[in-house]
Design a protein around this ligand. Sequence first.
Ligand code: MN
Length: 487
Amino acid sequence: MIPKMEDLLSMVKTESKEDEDLIRKSYNFAEKAHAGQKRKSGEPYLIHSAYVAKILAELGLPPVVVATGLVHDVLEETKYTKKDLAESLGEEIANLAEKIVKLGDIRYQGNEKNIENLRKFFIYKTGDLRALVVRLADRLHNVETLEYVDKTKQKRIALETLEVYAHLANRLSLGQLKSRLEDASFKYAYPEEYQKIKKSLENKKDVSQEYLLETKVKLEQIIRESGIKNFTIDSRQKHLYSLWNKLNKYDLTINNIFDIIAIRVIVETIEDCYKVLGLIHGQWRPMMNRIRDYIASPKSNGYQSIHTIIYTDSGGIIEIQIRTLEMHNRAENGIAAHFAYKEKGGAEKSLSKNIEWSHQLHELNLSKNYRENFSHKIELDFFRDRVFVFTPKGDIIDLPLGSSVIDFAYAIHTRIGDHALSGVVNGKNSSLNTILKTNDVVEIKTNKNGKPSPKWLEYAKTNLAKKHINNYLKDNSLLEKYTSFGI
Ligand code: MN
């Protein structure tokens, strides 16, 4: 079923008659331009354009982005030109549509190609985040309709989506889009594993539902009694792909994974988050080493929340996440929050660090080069204060600017960090204090008797590396001798 124009209009946050007209005109343009064209499913091509627009609307993106979604394939797939688009829908959409073509497909064909294309992408200096988000939505609809594509292509596209597109969505704090991309690709990329995990989840479902219900009811009661106002509680089953990832990563079975079901409490203030945590721990016994405070120390993409795992009254285990509404919106849809901010001119304080620096970069660009209509333009290099380095196998490691070989070692694995001896950067032997640049291919040489040295703290840049080095030194009481390092 093709999403109708009226459906889209009801989903997009339009603020004026012009906004609505833009959606209508773009819808009609797409319908006319793709007339007679068919998707592999045999359906009219318009179904794809309208679905991409729908995904963008669901993400809460502004009308101009949704409108661009409608015509994103016009330049590549039809006889209409950029000039035609500009005349009917305005320069902004025409420019965006052209950028989407330029951005191209970020292809994945085995590791080597993957690296090459990602490099190209990262080097892509004038990326417009809006073009990128449309590309991600485009990909989501393409994987959701993979059943119509031939088998060999299916797997390649699914893998590429997992390795490249979902990763990018995560970088942009588009948590919702990332999960959708992953779950849609999972069954094509790893069919057997997908079926297996789906089945074992179904077997566990009744039991977990029981735990969930009893806990939810009780939790709602104790929060209400505490006097906290304006809170919501919802629950969800963990996404299949992230569950599978977790099982793999920690070598677990479905029976000892704790957070198949998570309850999420959303409150108004940070203070309330900690209050709720206290209430929960007063009611149920928490799993002590599983409390994560990402409010005090956010994840590298800006994610904030408190996670705790508790034993329920009837012996089940459930994860509870606590966050403010603002943190929630940012985690689910960081970029849209940013666009909303740009459009309304709200408080800068409310932006996550990640989004904040991209905003600063934007301002910088603005003062230097650009003079035109900025309130709607985000021209920036999202990746500028990060370095992206590669393992010999082609995995990307994302580090803050100024990171050295030892940061890379800890980013791979604590054990590799703890026993690091030296590095090999682009085939050259390099010491642990070598500063890394984007595109470096890095390998770590370890020595099983090697151990962290206080000197490492002088050039470790990431909190992760510092934390592990400090922990080791503390455990081995090497720390007090080196207080001059300012730790
Ligand atoms: Mn498309």
